[in-house]
Design a protein around this ligand. Structure first.
Ligand SMILES: *Cc1c(COP(=O)(O)O)cnc(C)c1O
Length: 388
């Protein structure tokens, strides 16, 4: 197997999804998992999620088309810029749609008819930062998705929907991305859902609490903790038999099972440092260039006794800052040693640029058997559809 490549461990993926199913079963059996396409939309991953009962959670027209292509029977259509064609198809097919922009209300006016009811949800924008100071991704500027509760935009959207014959408000969507993934975020989401429904007397088919959970890290909250916190609050207002709970995990499911395997290609000394060059790159495991560290292990070709003070592990691109991590007081790395980055399945493969090298191979490991799930891109794939 030619490095670099991604390696998906099916058993770890199954274990994570199993834990989520168990937690939902015990806290809110009337529930749906919408797998967040954007987190990792490798076709094999999507098929796996579909076969395990997940709905597709998509946030753009292309993702909606991908869900159709993959044969998902159930789609949750979110996102601030949906396409009109796919929006109307979703209305027609009766998929779950959470509106996020005024123009979608106009589209609903066009699509509505007396014969068939279109059920829609509304994404709620609420002041998470004031409920969980320092934790919201939007920080002091506030979040930019959905219709704001505090300034009355949410209520106006709900009232406009009421005016459209053949359209019915069926749910609310409260996904928030946070810096902390803490339980407090989900308590705030659940509190807000109860508050809004009580205040406006809404009777809902579903409450969608979104994604953003930790997964596969023993010292962080588990699905049981998240769902315990959410259901404890939601139960004060919602009847679990009447209202479905939707969760939209991405990272927590697909981050843990994927490794990235690289090989040391060169070791060089400068007057200042020892650089260990590898055939992998930060663009494949940290495309946003902001990770502070990695889970990794080293598979040496042969045992090495010499210890060196400092080694800087770097990547194949010609960017100076394609440096992955530093090793201090560790055995000297040699050509041929493998460095395996673990838990790198979320926002990596889907965000990697086509910079200097193309997409690497992706393999699946299932009970020791290895299968190629995506062949690496070469020039042929890169130039597809272009003129020379
Ligand atoms: C990104 C996103 C998710 C998934 O978030 P993770 O942090 O990957 O779990 C779920 N729902 C919506 C609406 C999103 O935008």
């Amino acid at each position: 197997m030619k490095t670099p490549y991604f390696l998906i461990h099916q058993s770890i993926l199954e274990e994570g999804l199993g834990k989520l199913h168990t937690a939902l079963e015990s806290y809110w059996p009337n529930s749906v998992i919408g797998y967040s396409f954007k987190t990792n939309s490798l076709p094999w991953v999507l098929s796996f999620m579909k076969e395990h009962g997940c709905y597709a959670e998509v946030v753009s027209e292309n993702e909606y088309e991908l869900a159709e292509y993959m044969g998902f029977e159930h789609i949750i259509y979110n996102g601030p810029v949906k396409g009109k064609d796919s929006f109307l198809r979703a209305c027609e097919a009766g998929h779950i749609i959470n509106i996020d922009a005024l123009r979608e209300i106009e589209w609903l006016k066009e699509a509505a008819s007396a014969e068939k009811t279109i059920n829609v949800g509304v994404r709620v924008n609420f002041d998470l930062e004031s409920m969980c100071p320092g934790e919201a991704s939007g920080g002091e500027e506030g979040g930019r998705f959905g219709f704001n509760y505090e300034n009355g935009s949410f209520l106006r959207a709900v009232e406009e929907l009421k005016e459209i014959r053949g359209v019915r408000l069926s749910g609310i969507h409260l996904h928030c991305s946070s810096k902390t993934r803490s339980l407090n975020i989900y308590r705030a989401i659940a509190e807000t859902a109860c508050k809004i429904c009580k205040e406006y007397g809404l009777d809902l088919d579903y409450v969608d609490v979104g994604g953003g959970y930790f997964g596969g890290l023993p010292d962080k909250p588990q699905y049981d903790d998240y769902l315990g916190a959410i259901s404890g609050i939601l139960r004060k207002y919602f009847d679990p038999k009447r209202t479905c709970l939707i969760v939209e995990p991405g990272t927590s499911l697909i981050c843990p099972p994927i490794d990235y395997v690289t090989t040391v290609t060169d070791v060089k000394e400068s007057n200042r440092n020892r650089f260990v060059t590898t055939d992998g790159s930060r663009i494949h495991v940290d495309p946003l260039m902001r990770k502070k560290g990695y889970f990794y292990h080293i598979e040496p070709m042969k045992p090495e006794k010499e210890t060196v003070k400092m080694q800087i592990i770097s990547g194949f691109t010609c960017m100076e800052d394609d440096r992955l991590f530093r090793l201090t007081d560790a055995p000297a790395l040699q050509c041929g040693d493998q460095i395996v980055y673990e838990k790198v399945g979320a926002y990596t493969m889907c965000l990697a640029p086509l910079f200097s090298g193309y997409y690497p191979d992706v393999y699946l490991e299932d009970k020791g058997r290895i299968t190629c799930m995506r062949r690496r891109w070469g020039v042929k794939e890169y130039v597809q559809g272009t003129e020379k």
